[in-house]
Write a protein that binds this ligand. Structure first.
Ligand code: ME8
Length: 636
């Protein structure tokens, strides 16, 4: 038991979360979940990077104040992380006072110790990555990362004495070879520092949207200097109390921001007299058709769409689909090398690991029990159990070793090795020929080992793991032999229906019941989504029912007099008479499509349509609204 601190980059609010930022965040989440599971006191931090020239420009373009703009986008990040089952302990925003104070203290301290001094900056600057570049680093005069135009900057600036720490940095890389992983990235950063550092400008006079420099109010702090400090401001760093329970931590980043994390940030920490990070884990990029996925390339996939696609194609419920996406990213994502994101890759991983191996194993064992008429499995620890225990402990050791160095891909492969071993075990033991104690021993061993495998997978698929444990009727644990016995739920169908290319909706191979959450009928294909613009063509409004009367000679039709506020009064005729009496309707707020072409029903012109759900009993159930929004309020 110890402490574990893991961070993601704080993301720029210039783009909404996509599969890139989601990858790093899910990766950090899985590590945090693992460390909590083994009893480490864990702190998992993510957040948003909200200052700088680029953000200021974007806010202006949108006609918003920078603060309003960043507030809006920060909420979108929080929402997507909650959707993706992210269990962060804190969410830091660089516009928060707790952070700005730390930035001011840090620069003041460096100014006082002589590491920050006044000079003039002249050079190239990319506002998209908010980074200074030497002329030689530019690619055809453009930013080497974004391939967009750089700007020539010439202004008075305070500089950080990066050069002073060059030797200390090289010592760090030599003495702590796992300071940066993978090792190719350590070599990359070593070469960069060996080539010679230059002092770096850490303030700007032309960017008002930033933290004011406390000793010179005409400057604001450079956005990267500001941003890197989030890793300690969230821990409550102050100049006087350098004690931070969780520091040093592990930083997960994409390879694009290696220099900032593995060369600038440790030098800043050295200047502040603080320990350097425990490790910088730099992963590769998701590519789309060979090109980095990014907002500037316009090839972004977002996790909502992909989860929905998985959900609809397989017929899983939303939470299970999110776990599938998480698992896919962690096992097949760009942990080391750049990786193309494709639907084929998703289905390959899904079918081989989840449907065929992990999901099918449980289905096999429970199906076998059902057929054999066995519903209870007492604890039993004979020879078979002992052999499996040995295998589990060997695999678990590898699993922990992989997790210890943040190698999540290997750790999950280790867990899958156990699943494969258990599938073989099933084949070899030929349980049909077993009975009595032997059968009980086989089943206990299988189910208990399945529980261990599930627990190993739980950092990646927390919801699925809880469900599997519920089906088994036990709690998650890495300890083999802890469960007192099993009375599993034998009514369940497969956790993961197979994906079939030719029949993508084969997901409806009915899970009998109970294993999955109730789900609406899938069938929507990814490609047949409608765009928001299409949806926005439907003008949905809140209407107040002012009058209601039955249409003569009809059981079903009711004529409603509606108030739509600014859209005026309307009459509509609705087929809700079998469920509602007119007197139940007056005074209610309902939702109507206000821009539907008017049409005559029983001689009455109906100027719109109300919304109601049609239930299994065939009756309409009116859509209501919470509270009392003004008549005519838009619904979207
Ligand atoms: O750089 N593949 O923020 P940012 C994989 N604010 N990961 C990707 C990716 C891709 N195609 N695209 C982005 C910043 N990422 C700074 C960080 S930290 C003190 C300040 C991920 O919004 C990856 O983690 O541009 C990368 O490092 C990060 O998003 C960049 O996020």
């Amino acid at each position: 038991m110890g402490t574990y601190y893991v961070t993601t980059p704080i993301y720029y609010v210039n783009a909404e979360p996509h599969m890139g930022s989601t990858y790093t965040t899910v990766y950090a989440d899985a590590l945090a979940r693992y460390h909590r599971m083994i009893g480490d006191k864990t702190f998992f931090l993510t957040g948003t990077d909200e200052h700088g020239q680029n953000i200021m420009r974007l806010a202006q373009e949108k006609g918003l104040s920078p603060q309003d703009f960043v507030d809006q986008v920060a909420e979108k990040f929080k929402a997507v992380w909650s959707f993706m089952h992210i269990s962060n302990d804190d969410f830091i925003r660089t516009t928060e006072e707790r952070h700005e104070k730390v930035v001011q203290r840090a620069i003041e301290k460096m100014y006082q110790n002589g590491d920050v001094y006044l000079g003039t900056y002249e050079g190239w600057y990319c506002p998209r990555c908010e980074t200074f570049y030497n002329e030689s680093e530019l690619v055809e005069g453009n930013c080497p990362i974004h391939k967009t135009k750089v700007e020539f900057v010439s202004e008075q600036s305070y500089f950080f004495k990066w050069t002073k720490y060059q030797d200390q940095l090289l010592d760090l890389y030599n003495s702590q070879p796992d300071f940066v992983v993978p090792s190719t990235r350590l070599n990359e950063i070593r070469s960069f520092v060996q080539a010679g550092l230059k002092d770096i400008s850490v303030t700007r006079t032309s960017v008002p949207w930033g933290v004011p420099v406390p000793f010179d109010q005409s400057h604001t702090v450079y956005v990267w200097y500001d941003a890197l400090l989030n890793y300690i401001s969230a821990l409550g760093y102050t100049e006087d109390t350098n004690q931070m329970e969780y520091w040093p931590g592990v930083h997960l980043i994409g390879k694009d921001i290696l220099r900032h994390h593995a060369a600038l940030w440790p030098a800043m920490l050295m200047s502040l007299g603080l320990p350097v990070p425990k490790r910088v884990v730099a992963h590769g990029w998701w590519l789309v058709s060979g090109e980095k996925m990014s907002k500037s390339a316009g090839n972004i996939f977002n996790p909502y769409d992909l989860a929905k696609y998985i959900q609809d194609t397989i017929g899983l419920d939303r939470e299970a689909a999110v776990d599938v996406l998480r698992y896919f990213m962690l096992v097949a994502g760009p942990q080391r090398d750049d990786t193309d994101l494709s639907m084929d890759a998703i289905w390959l991983t899904y079918n081989s690991n989840l449907a065929n191996d992990y999901g099918n194993l449980l289905h096999r064992v429970l199906g076998f029990m059902k057929k054999k008429g066995v519903s209870e499995v007492p604890k039993s620890t004979g020879l078979r159990y002992v052999r499996v225990a040995e295998t589990i402990s060997a695999i678990a050791e590898k699993y922990h070793q992989s997790m210890d160095v943040e190698d999540i891909q290997s750790a999950l492969k280790n867990a899958m090795d156990l699943v494969k071993f258990l599938n073989d075990f099933f084949d070899k033991e030929k349980p049909w020929s077993l009975s009595g104690d032997e059968l009980a021993e086989f089943l206990y061993t299988q189910l208990e080992a399945y529980k261990v495998a599930t627990t190993m997978l739980s950092p990646a698929m927390p919801v699925i793991a809880d469900r599997a444990a519920r089906i088994l009727g036990t709690s998650l644990s890495l300890t083999f032999g802890e469960s007192a016995g099993f009375t599993p739920d034998l009514t369940c169908g497969p956790l993961f229906p197979r994906y079939k290319e030719e029949k993508p909706n084969a997901g409806t191979q009915q899970p009998d019941q109970a294993c999955q959450q109730p789900q609406e009928q899938k069938t929507q294909q990814f490609s047949s989504y409608i765009s928001y613009d299409t949806f926005a063509q439907i003008d949905l409004r809140v209407a107040l029912v002012e009058s209601a009367e039955r249409v003569p000679n009809s059981d079903k039709l009711i004529k409603l007099g509606l108030d739509l506020g600014p859209l005026g009064k309307r009459t509509i005729v609705a087929g809700i008479g079998l469920k509602y009496a007119p007197e139940q309707l007056v005074g209610r707020r309902i939702v109507v499509v206000s821009n539907l072409e008017p049409r005559k029903l029983k001689g009455i012109l109906s100027e719109g349509m109300l919304l109601a759900a049609t239930s299994e009993d065939g009756l309409p159930y009116l859509l209501g609204v919470d509270g009392e929004p003004t008549p005519g309020s838009k619904v979207k």
